[in-house]
Ligand binder design. Structure first.
Ligand code: NCD
Length: 358
């Protein structure tokens, strides 16, 4: 059993993601993460377990007795939502997931309102939060910060789990979990995810959801990935390197309509212009051919779906919103259930919830 408090930060930080995985697991050895930091922590078996648990929690929560049972699971424990980047869905779905399980929540949503503004380091800030709570859910602009904080906490007197709710341009593991959950539910009675084609469109260069979901899809057999973007925003080399190392079929091009015709799921993303080195840089890129509207809808297969991590701008026309293949609204709600499943698992309640009488 690899332990995060038995390896120095320098040594740990140099490992590749798959080698880091055992250091981040729960001590019980069931493979579930203790710290949830990146998509590489989830294999197919874990994904299927989490999706089954999310379905179970969703069902149990329908009755008052069931909801009270769930609320008792983590009653008396507390979670901190530390979000130093904007968020609506990820914040609210984690907060509500906590509440479903009885975790009380508190939050800092702007570093300018915490003692960071007085010069406190990130490490001291997170250690301070850990004094009061049992779980820290964090979103930050810095790549690798959640990982470093996980190491710091595991090496402190009060080790508590960290859950990465979006780290820079890098990873967004719980978004990828909800995306997989949405795909599994959408194709549940139609043969599942194996053998499907998934197209990603938009700002693939800077979209962290794309990197995390692209990896999770490699856990399924024979899934083809298509990356559609203007050349300035095309999928980064590290994502392609993973697909090549795993022998995954992929295409990289700029023809959304061709991709729509060939795909079972089209995953649209917004232009991530908050990362522009100089303001207005992204506006100079011609993105007009990377929008999904009535014409693309007409090309979409009858069983295919449209996804988006949201928020959207104009990359999906509102005329698509009521089409039964538009899955982005359901994706949001799925996020709450899969996050509740993950949090219950982190705290060791997977088996008891799966086996309870509700
Ligand atoms: C995404 C994010 O923050 O990376 N949003 C989300 O969490 N649902 C996508 C985005 O902001 O474009």
């Amino acid at each position: 059993m690899a332990r995060l408090n038995e390896i120095g930060w320098e040594e740990f930080s140099k490992l590749d993601l798959e080698a880091k995985r055992p250091y981040l697991e729960r001590e019980e050895g069931d493979g579930m993460p203790y710290h949830t930091l990146f998509a590489q922590q989830f294999d197919r078996r874990l994904l299927e377990r989490l999706c089954a648990l999310a379905n179970r929690i969703r069902f149990i929560n329908k009755s008052k007795e069931g909801a009270l049972y769930l609320k008792n699971i983590l009653a008396g424990r507390r979670a901190m939502l530390y979000f130093s980047q904007p968020s609506s869905r990820t914040f609210l779905s984690h907060q509500n997931a906590c509440q479903i399980l009885g975790l009380n929540t508190c939050s800092v949503r702007d570093a300018a309102t915490s003692s960071e503004a007085k010069g406190e380091s990130k490490t001291d800030t997170v250690r301070t939060f850990s004094s009061y709570v049992d779980l820290i859910i964090m979103r930050c602009p810095e790549k690798g910060l959640a990982e470093q904080m996980a190491w710091e906490l595991s090496n402190s007197e009060r080790p508590i789990p960290i859950l990465n709710a979006g780290s820079g341009k890098d990873q967004h593991p719980t978004q990828a979990l909800l995306d997989i959950y949405t795909l599994l539910r959408s194709f549940e009675t139609k043969g599942g995810i194996d053998g499907r084609t998934v197209a990603f469109c938009g700002d693939l260069m800077r979209g962290r959801t794309v990197r995390s979901l692209s990896y999770l899809l490699t856990n399924f057999s024979d899934v083809k990935q298509i990356f559609v973007a203007p050349k300035e925003l095309q999928v980064p080399d590290d994502v392609i390197a993973i697909l090549e190392s795993k022998g995954v079929r992929y295409e990289v091009h700029d023809d959304l309509r061709e991709a729509v015709k060939a795909s079972d799921a089209v995953y649209m993303t917004r232009i991530q212009d908050e990362w522009d080195a100089s303001k207005g840089e992204s506006a100079k890129i011609d993105t007009s051919r990377f929008k999904f509207g009535a014409e693309e809808l007409a090309l979409l297969g009858p069983d295919a779906i449209i996804m988006h991590p949201l928020p959207r701008r104009d990359e999906i026309a509102t005329c698509c919103d009521h089409d039964p293949r538009a899955m982005y609204w359901r994706q949001m709600r799925n996020g709450m259930w899969i996050r509740a499943a993950l949090i219950a698992s982190v705290f060791g309640f997977e088996k008891s919830v799966m086996g309870c009488g509700y």
